[in-house]
Design a protein around this ligand. Structure first.
Ligand SMILES: [Zn+2]
Ligand SMILES: [Zn+2]
Ligand SMILES: [Zn+2]
Length: 281
């Protein structure tokens, strides 16, 4: 498997537009890996995770070709993960509908748009050949679903319970990924499910939104909590010496430049993701 991170930022990206903190100033001055756009990744060039407000940016400037990606897992409907206004446009020559996989609560808005559009296609008031076509597939916690050749199992995230935020276990024939952001420390039912699954992950991507030691919310993690979750996965047999760990969903709250965070993460055997990073496992 290979995974490409297109957006590794938290809710408002780095630099935040009105912010004059050290991290945002440094990002404006140096650019490169210090610029973080909002959440998006693509697995094996065919399965996207999230369709954030920065999908336009990834598509225009970072080589993301959504014309060739027909399947999108959506963690939850916060704008830094899912942004429908850019989805439904006068899209011509779509080869097939885009399939959105999302929880019941997070999918309410997009489902209503799709239903309205279908009714208009049928009534002849909107041309289906000149408009985005989409299908919405509802995911349930802990219920495995086939997506392409993968098995996707959503775990309950400790984040935005009202919109049923999801973390994902994604398995191919011989590899497996745990995509765990946005979330705080894992829910006990997620830990139990993982333990019973017996899955040994090849790759784990963890939420690292907060400054180390400053856990101002239970709905995201800092590096210490990432270390704790990695240790827990190892203790429960879900990770071993071959498991690669990355941290992502990084905002200016983390209070580290990319180089500083990369060093700090490397000290504990983790990779600090950046926009454009590709990883094979
Ligand atoms: Zn987020
Ligand atoms: Zn800032
Ligand atoms: Zn969120």
């Amino acid at each position: 498997m290979k995974l490409k991170y297109y957006g590794t930022g938290a809710g408002y990206g780095i630099p935040e537009i009105f912010c004059d903190c050290r991290i945002c100033r440094h990002a404006r001055e140096t650019g490169g890996k210090n610029i973080r756009t909002r959440s998006q990744a693509v697995l094996d060039d065919c399965l996207a995770i999230d369709l954030s407000v920065d999908t336009f940016h990834h598509s225009a400037f970072a080589g993301l070709d959504m014309r060739r990606i027909h399947h999108v897992l959506v963690t939850h409907n916060h704008h830094d993960h899912f942004f429908t206004p850019d989805m439904f446009t006068r899209a011509r020559n779509m080869t097939e509908p885009v399939k959105i996989y999302i929880s019941e609560a997070s999918g309410k808005g997009v489902r209503a748009i799709v239903e309205r559009n279908l009714a208009e296609f049928e009534a002849g008031t909107r041309d289906p050949e000149a408009w985005t076509r989409a299908e919405v597939h509802t995911l349930e916690f802990y219920k495995p679903t086939k997506v392409l050749d993968y098995t996707v199992t959503p775990l309950r995230a400790r984040h935005a319970e009202a919109v049923e935020a999801m973390n994902f276990v994604i398995q191919s024939k011989d590899k497996s990924v745990l995509w765990a952001h946005d979330t705080g420390k894992f829910h006990s039912d997620a830990i139990q499910w993982l333990k019973e699954s017996g899955i040994v992950f090849d790759f784990v991507s963890l939420d690292c939104t907060l400054r180390r030691g400053a856990q101002i919310t239970q709905a995201h993690m800092d590096l210490d909590w990432c270390i704790e979750m990695a240790d827990l996965l190892r203790a429960n047999g879900n990770a071993n010496g071959n498991t690669k760990f990355a941290i992502s969903h990084i905002g200016h709250l983390v209070d580290r430049t990319h180089d500083e965070l990369e060093r700090e993460a490397a000290e504990v055997g983790m990779i600090a993701a950046y926009d454009g990073m590709e990883i094979e496992f």
